[in-house]
Design a protein around this ligand. Structure first.
Ligand code: MSP
Length: 513
């Protein structure tokens, strides 16, 4: 037997500075769908998310609210965890940078790099954006001399500080990126990073003395470690004290991150890993932003969409479906209520809901709810089964290439095909003719089998819906399903009774909205 394949995927760890919005849910949902697909494909998966809790901004916010930083973050992070649970996120661990297990690893890594001579003490004067916890050079500022990311005012800061010798690794990381075309995806982000490195990498200031809500520099505790140096290490923390686990999951297969933080993940983090003599992650995937009313969501712009409200109103699976289907990974995509409702009505209530309802109702009406054995096949059946199997293979290839939206579209093309198969075969006519009995049984078997296949294919995107279809088909152990269960047509048992058809997604009446 071949050894079980392993797969490690991460999301960024989120700032507890504001409530999470649908843009954060987008990033986590993508990672979850990929993790679930890999489990389905037989991989041993480790999926990590968490919270990035240190830094001056958190400390200031807590002070304003008259609470300690940890009291402040505890409350917000509990909200993250509730959101991920309600969205059915299947993370295997949740890392908080305020946890002791993380602090130990960060200090250990800081020490190792310092002992090697790649962290040294100096004086830093720079232009700092408190909001982004980022230093910028004059050249990088926007046209108003503000932060190029968030466009807020920057401050000139001067302090004694530790520096990481990133300049030493510039050529090495550039060579690595150029030799590994899949290291930074999509290509547009890769090109940006190459351009950035070619301008020359400066040493990175990795400690602060102006506040204390952070991980102390070992043996020099008036400094705290720069929040990005601290944060990226989270990806190794859960593996660090377990050599077996480390060996199995490091290097990570995908760090999924928003496009604005690709630089931290594809330059700073790899340079740190090179200094530590550790292997680099296999891929940094920079996804696009979810845009609302033409702009990236933010509290200050007042265009924040609360995912909790959407889950209350439409259910987690509908939101997950929309996010994964509507936006091509790597590009920006628009979110609107109207578009969400359209998708729910057309794709979920109509296409998928009708297929399930019609199929189960016909099995009930014409065969007393029993799925009978399929014997033989005619040309229509043959072409339908072929389409089912082609869908599975195309879906598998697309999912393996993380082309989630295209993979979903293939499944929906097959759902339409299955609805068309009903129209072509007209089971209500077959039921009236005793000589067509076997053909009717074959047709209804094929429909039930196609629903079993669909439920497994959609499980990474809509785990609850897949399960509901399975239950209505009266099948067990949905959570143990694997991709290999749908690689051949006809694994559905026969001569057993299906359950009653229940509505999967109610149609949303737009007038009422
Ligand atoms: N704490 C850092 C990440 C450290 S990782 C070692 C951070 N946190 S964040 O909360 O500001 O953002 C987390 C992720 O959410 C980023 O990848 C960011 O791109 C993503 N998104 C925030 N707003 C978004 C949208 N409107 N659309 C899509 N993703 C969005 O950065």
């Amino acid at each position: 037997m071949s050894e079980k394949k392993s797969f490690y995927i991460t999301t960024p760890i989120y700032y507890p500075s504001a409530k999470l919005h649908i843009g954060h849910a987008y990033c986590t949902t993508i990672a979850d769908a990929i993790a679930r697909f890999k489990r389905l494909a037989g991989y041993d998966v480790f999926f990590l998310t968490g919270s990035d809790e240190h830094g001056q901004k958190i400390q200031r916010t807590a002070e304003k609210q008259n609470v300690t930083p940890i009291e402040y973050v505890d409350k917000i992070v509990a909200g993250f965890q509730e959101l991920w649970q309600r969205l059915n996120i299947s993370n295997d661990d949740f890392i908080r940078t305020s946890e002791e297990r993380h602090q130990k690893v960060v200090q250990e890594f800081f020490r190792r790099i310092r002992d090697k001579g790649d962290i040294y003490k100096g004086e830093y004067t720079g232009l700092y954006c408190t909001h982004c916890e980022s230093y910028w050079t004059e050249l990088q500022l926007d046209e108003n001399k503000c932060c190029p990311d968030c466009h807020r005012a920057i401050e000139k800061v001067s302090e004694e500080a530790y520096f990481f010798k990133m300049s030493k690794y510039g050529d090495k990381i550039l060579k690595y990126i150029e030799e590994n075309p899949k290291f930074i995806v999509p290509t547009s982000r890769r090109n940006e990073m190459i351009k950035f490195i070619k301008q020359g990498l400066e040493d990175l200031c990795v400690s602060r003395t102006s506040f204390d809500w952070g991980i102390p520099v070992p043996e020099d505790e008036k400094h705290v470690i720069y929040v990005w140096f601290d944060a990226v290490i989270n990806y190794i923390t859960p593996l660090f004290n377990d050599p077996e686990r480390f060996k199995k999951f490091w290097p990570a297969d995908i760090h999924l991150v928003g496009k604005e933080i690709v630089r931290f993940h594809s330059i700073i983090w790899p340079c740190m890993l090179m200094a530590l003599d550790l292997p680099l992650p296999k891929q940094i995937y920079g996804h696009g932003w979810l845009i609302v009313e033409g702009d990236k969501m933010s509290k200050s712009k007042g265009n924040v969409v609360d995912p909790m409200h959407l889950i209350d109103e439409f259910g987690a699976d509908a939101i997950r479906y929309f996010l994964l289907r509507e936006i091509t990974l790597g590009q920006d995509g628009g979110f609107s209520r109207d578009a969400l409702i359209n998708r729910i009505n057309a794709d979920l209530a109509n296409d998928l809901g009708n297929l399930l309802h019609r199929s189960l109702n016909m099995i009930k009406k014409f065969q007393g709810g029993i799925v009978l054995k399929s014997v033989g096949e005619n040309e229509i059946d043959k072409s339908f089964k072929n389409d089912a199997m082609n869908t599975v293979f195309e879906y598998k290839n697309l999912m393996e290439n993380v082309q989630l939206s295209d993979a979903i579209k293939k499944v929906w093309t097959f759902i339409s095909r299955a609805n068309k198969y009903i129209d072509e075969t007209m089971p209500w006519k077959l039921a009236k003719d005793e000589s067509q009995k076997q053909i009717l049984s074959n047709t209804l078997y094929n429909l039930a089998e196609s629903l079993r296949i669909i439920s497994i294919l959609i499980s990474p995107l809509m785990p609850k819906t897949g399960q509901k279809i399975f239950e209505q088909l009266n099948l067990e152990n949905f959570e143990k399903s694997r991709l290999e269960d749908v690689l051949t047509f006809g694994k559905l048992p026969s001569d057993y009774k299906v359950n009653k058809a229940e509505q999967l997604f109610p149609r949303i009446e737009v007038e009422k909205q």
